[in-house]
Design a protein around this ligand. Structure first.
Ligand code: FMN
Length: 140
């Protein structure tokens, strides 16, 4: 089964998680509800950037993840700029033999006075399409 988990301090990545979950045909769960006993085919991981890095709770969860629990990871998320969480997540998971897909979804998220209204409807539509594409590729 494919799963969608996310960390979102302000709600932006949570919005995208909802769209990704819709595209994947599952529901999204905050990482606190992630059940490490259940394995995933594709694990969609939603993350934002805070002071240049992913959230510490997510980093801890990823460090504990085992290849037996997940076949591959697809990253999505938001930040104020162009930086996505994929590179940092990849640097934690790939040394353990967990594949992080090249395809990711990232969009700008509102921060202070920047990016007002983001993620917007178009971002959500694109996030949903991204999830559909990744799931279809995984079934081929
Ligand atoms: C404490 C803090 C630090 C942040 N640092 C960065 C940063 O280094 N780079 C960046 O692009 N965005 C940064 N942002 C902006 C967030 O990544 C952006 O608002 C994102 O959409 C937040 O997602 P969330 O609402 O799901 O928590 C920061 C936001 C906060 C609150």
């Amino acid at each position: 089964m494919n799963r969608v988990i996310y960390v979102s301090r302000g709600g932006n990545t949570k919005k995208i998680a909802g769209a990704v979950a819709k595209g994947a045909g599952v529901s999204a769960a905050p990482i606190e509800e992630f059940d490490t006993l259940q394995s995933s085919d594709i694990l969609f991981v939603g993350a934002s950037i805070y002071a240049g890095s992913i959230d510490g709770k997510l980093r801890k969860l990823l460090k504990g993840l085992q290849p037996s629990q997940v076949k591959s990871v697809a990253v999505f998320g938001t930040s104020a700029g162009n930086k996505s969480a994929r590179q940092e997540i990849k640097s934690i998971l790939e040394p353990k033999g967990i594949t992080v897909l090249n395809e990711e979804f990232h969009c700008r998220g509102s921060f202070l006075f920047a990016n007002r209204g983001r993620p917007n409807e178009e971002d959500m539509r694109q996030a949903e399409d991204f999830a559909k594409r990744v799931c279809n590729d995984g079934n081929e």
